[in-house]
Design a protein around this ligand. Structure first.
Ligand code: GLA
Length: 400
């Protein structure tokens, strides 16, 4: 798995790092050949990365936006606040570029209004921890409760609110950003000082590859993910009900009324949760299944049919309107499929339109929710001397 990911850190990468320290806005790399024009104006572009200011947090910390491009018309913007994927543009079947992730066009909204966690790195613990507490090695840790009785997505000041240190990385066929954040011992109630690195890599095959690594100096729990919401027809274009989803999972983890897993691993067969064959997201979202009622739609962790090691195919999503396809591979054992149920028409997105329920979906690769309190689930414990190391791949293509 690690071998697949390894970027070629050559002279180019070193040059990029040096350059980026010296300039605020300049195209830093041009490794690709001549642009590949197509009939709809996308000229292909170049493998490269630029950096610009994106404002400052209320305490005055500067935030930057990095724009990653490849020579096949894929463009990704990542901001150092929250490690947020702020924009991701890819061509449709006719070559037209649209931004396919939900978000905001300014930092202020991310700081004040990002209750949906648009595009953010989530940590230390993605998803919910029951009653805001867990016990590890006989010690009980109390966490801030920010979702009814539970802790959600690392607490109110989780990784999605941190300004990450950025360094440009990449090689001949890729360009990327390595983000680092040191979470002090006790932050948001979690034990141990956690050294965290998240690497975003854009490759020439229209793939965004994310590698998460962490080490600790005390036993702790860790579960990192990215919380991008996708709409393959384009952000702000309406609901994603027609998107056709395929999920490589025979089972899911049903939840109680506060969305904490009951501990059961339930088969999806015969339920609206069965996406083993491609099915539109909207086809069964209004079914009266009790688990759909609890989630107000889909908001559930799927137990992936994973290979014994390495990257496994988790999901693919096809948008029949644009022809765009998103395939997700991961080393993680689970994925939270969230159909944007709590988007309620109160937030104005990047292109100036209100987001309403199901205007985007998230597929959050992860360990199962509440694993620290569920001994039968795969462990999320990280101990000193061990390394947390997971990879998730978002690969884009088009279909006729
Ligand atoms: C996750 C949760 C949802 C919701 C969103 C953010 O997907 O499972 O219940 O909290 O994050 O709104």
């Amino acid at each position: 798995m690690n071998g697949i990911f390894a970027a070629r850190k050559g002279i180019l990468a070193t040059a990029l790092m040096t350059s980026i320290a010296l300039v605020t806005s300049v195209t830093l790399a041009g490794a690709a050949g001549s642009p590949a024009p197509n009939s709809n104006g996308c000229t292909g572009g170049q493998l490269g990365i630029t950096k610009r200011p994106f404002g400052a947090t209320p305490d005055g910390t500067a935030v930057d936006v990095y724009r990653l491009t490849n020579s096949h018309c894929m463009r990704v913007k990542i901001i150092t606040y929250g490690g947020i994927v702020q924009s991701l543009k890819i061509p449709d079947r006719d070559g037209r570029l649209r931004n396919v992730v939900l978000g905001f066009d300014n930092l202020q909204d991310y700081v004040v209004n990002n209750s949906p966690y648009f595009g953010a790195i989530i940590g230390r613990y993605a998803n919910r921890i029951a009653d805001g507490q867990f016990t590890l090695d006989g010690v009980t840790y109390e966490l801030p409760k920010n979702n009814g009785p539970n802790t959600l997505h690392g607490g109110p000041m989780g990784f999605h609110t941190k300004v990450w240190r950025a360094r440009v990385v990449g090689g001949q066929d890729s360009v990327g950003l390595k983000l680092r954040y040191t979470s002090p011992d006790g932050e948001e109630g979690f034990p141990g000082r956690l050294e965290t690195a998240v690497k975003y890599l854009l490759t020439e095959d229209n793939t965004l590859r994310i590698r998460y690594r962490a080490t600790t100096d005390e036993p702790t729990v860790v579960n990192l993910t990215n919380h991008s919401y996708f709409n393959l027809s384009g952000e702000g274009s309406g609901a994603i009900y027609d998107h056709v989803l395929e999920l490589n999972a025979d089972a899911y983890t049903p939840v109680d009324p506060t969305l904490i897993p009951t501990g059961e691993i339930a088969p999806v067969a015969g339920t609206p949760f069965d996406f083993r064959s491609p099915t539109s997201i909207g086809a069964r979202i209004r079914s009266n299944h009790p688990q759909i009622a609890v989630g107000r739609g889909y908001d559930h962790n799927y137990v992936l049919n994973q290979p014994p090691s390495g990257l496994g195919h988790a999901a693919s999503v096809f948008d029949p309107h644009s022809g765009r396809v998103l395939e997700i591979l991961t080393t993680e054992p689970g994925v939270q499929f969230y159909s944007g149920n709590f988007l309620d028409g109160t937030l104005i997105g990047t292109s100036g339109r209100f987001y309403r329920q199901s205007d985007g979906f998230a597929l959050e690769t992860q360990h199962y929710p509440d694993s620290p309190n569920q001994p039968s689930f795969p462990s999320t414990v990280l101990r000193p001397g061990e390394e947390y190391d997971t990879t998730t791949v978002f690969r884009f293509s088009v279909r006729g």
